[in-house]
Design a binder for this molecule. Structure first.
Ligand SMILES: *[C@@H]1O[C@H](CO)[C@@H](O)[C@H](O)[C@H]1NC(C)=O
Ligand SMILES: *[C@@H]1O[C@H](CO)[C@@H](O)[C@H](O)[C@H]1NC(C)=O
Ligand SMILES: *[C@@H]1O[C@H](CO)[C@@H](O)[C@H](O)[C@H]1NC(C)=O
Ligand SMILES: *[C@@H]1O[C@H](CO)[C@@H](O)[C@H](O)[C@H]1NC(C)=O
Ligand SMILES: *[C@@H]1O[C@H](CO)[C@@H](O)[C@H](O)[C@H]1NC(C)=O
Length: 243
């Protein structure tokens, strides 16, 4: 009896520890909750991004060299914006070739492109990737926005690209206003591998599961290494921003 109850206790402890690990805020399970049948769209892969409760469905067509994505996140406030982009020259925001979506004054959800050249106010402009399609939609129930886009990847793009994502709380006269500089906003960047399924977190992945795996809807969800990446990026953020 004593032996049975102590092994039960051990099982409960293991279960509680596992639950605590899985409920880490870095693991938001947003991939599972987003499907796009109303757009007749499916993506081979999806990754829950490590910060800002964002997810990226994506498919890279190596023959056509096109990257199709559906990026979903909630703006920091209902009248805010969401952004996703690739940075061909660096890992941060400056240099990012970005798509930013928000609700226009007439209520429709617009998505514009921005070549981000500084931390100052951004202005709409062409980007260095060919934008074969772009659109966005808002969910009135969840408050989330999804950006759909297909980008042409230039010859010589490597097997991995630097991606960034962001959310902001306001759009002033059609211009997305500066986002918050909380640790989660500074850590919202990672490497997207085009040659395989998954997102390269750039840091050792936590156990269990070896960091990679979990087949979801025919695609692969990468658990990433949110916390490790987060820690590194906070340090980088502190170095860059001086606080
Ligand atoms: C959905 O996509 C498939 C494959 O591209 C196509 O064959 C089909 O006609 C599409 N259906 C609609 C309703 O657009
Ligand atoms: C993250 O997103 C999911 C689904 O989109 C939502 O159910 C959940 O409440 C969000 N979590 C946080 C912390 O915002
Ligand atoms: C996506 O998933 C497919 C099928 O699982 C895989 O062949 C492909 O390499 C993955 N990666 C990208 C970037 O599309
Ligand atoms: C709503 O406003 C946006 C941005 O000004 C514009 O691009 C779009 O065409 C407008 N839509 C309608 C239905 O008027
Ligand atoms: C983006 O801005 C940089 C810096 O001003 C410039 O060198 C580059 O040509 C711009 N890219 C595009 C696609 O306009």
């Amino acid at each position: 009896m004593a032996a049975a109850s102590s092994s039960l206790l051990l099982l409960l402890l293991i279960a509680a520890t596992a639950a605590a690990l899985l409920s880490s805020p870095a693991l938001s399970l947003t991939c599972e909750s987003h499907q796009f049948p109303h757009r007749n769209l499916t993506f081979a892969n999806c990754t829950d991004l490590p910060t800002l409760n964002a997810s990226l469905h994506y498919y890279y067509d190596a023959a056509a060299r096109t990257l199709s994505v559906a990026f979903t996140a909630a703006p920091a406030s209902p009248r805010g914006w969401i952004a996703w982009g690739l940075n061909p020259s660096s890992t941060g925001m400056v240099g990012a070739q970005s798509l930013v979506a928000f609700a226009a004054a007439n209520g429709s959800t617009v998505v514009n492109t921005y070549n981000i050249t500084s931390y100052g106010p951004i202005s709409e402009s062409p980007i260095s990737y060919g934008v074969l399609s772009k659109s966005a939609e808002s969910s009135s129930s969840s408050g989330e926005i999804t950006i759909f886009a297909t980008l042409a990847m230039p010859h010589g793009s490597g097997a991995a690209v630097n991606q960034i994502w962001q959310v902001g709380s306001a759009v002033v006269d059609g211009v997305p206003a500066k986002h918050a500089f909380a640790p989660a906003n500074l850590a919202s960047k990672s490497t997207l591998r085009l040659d395989a399924a998954g997102e390269d977190g750039g840091a050792p992945a936590p156990s269990p599961g070896g960091g990679r795996g979990g087949n979801v809807n025919g695609g692969v969800r990468n658990w990433g290494s949110g916390l490790g990446l987060y820690g590194i990026c906070v340090v980088i953020g502190v170095l860059i921003f001086g606080f």
